[in-house]
Design a protein around this ligand. Sequence first.
Ligand SMILES: [Zn+2]
Ligand SMILES: [Zn+2]
Length: 293
Amino acid sequence: MMWSSSFDLHCHTTHSDGALSVEELADAMAMQQVRVWSITDHDTIASWDEAKVAAKKHNMRFIPGVELTCDVGLPSDEDVLKTKGLSRAASSWHLLAYFPYDPIPEGLEKFCEWLSPLRDDRVPRMLEMIDKVNGFGMPLNPDDVLSRAEGSVGRPHLAEAMVDAGHVESVNEAFEKWIGDGRPCNVERPKPSIADVTALVHAAGGITSLAHPRYYGVDYETLIQHLKASGVDAVEAFHRSHTDDDRHRLWNLAKHYGLGVTVGSDFHSFERGHRPGNMPVVVKNLPELIASE
Ligand SMILES: [Zn+2]
Ligand SMILES: [Zn+2]
């Protein structure tokens, strides 16, 4: 059995909610002896071109990736949440998609088309939220919010605009009272199922792995059976947040049901105490397209 710490298949850059640029992250990965690297920014593939260049500089193999926000696939279980010390389950499931070898061009085109509405529908959703905020007697212009976003607009921009307009004292208050999940001015984005997303990724020549299974509050065996039935290829058994027990059980279940395992630091920033790489994984249990050179 060969364990290796040279894979890091889950991290974020400034293209989503990470603190480092693609180049800075490549340097950090190389410094930690990562040899096979994927960037998995949330719902965007904006890093891919830069990352290929940066990886080449360090002689790393780069695997184009993305972390896709999907619908919750199974209800969470109170007992499971309790044993994991979680107060509630994550409000969405995160599916990692990887394209280890040249993607199928037509499939990739479809996938990218599908991915771009995920970003574009942020504007209509934001306009709806601003309408609701106005309806509660807090006037705001759409421009006050949209002009704050460099890339895609999100709730933090709305919260800042509410603070500047004097409607709330802090960004925190904006979320707690008005725009957080389940609050009166929030508008939910419709989310795709992991099965639908996996079908799209497969058609483009890629594979999928369910990110950080610990956070969904679902019994691991039930979860793995659901992944298998949904066509998902692997599970992120070796996530930074996982205890040895999580890793061990997920790894064994994945082997039992014929799924691969993936490994990731989920690096966002040094300030959050994250560290790139240094995540041992059993190479032969990685998905074949990733394990093979
Ligand atoms: Zn995630
Ligand atoms: Zn992540």
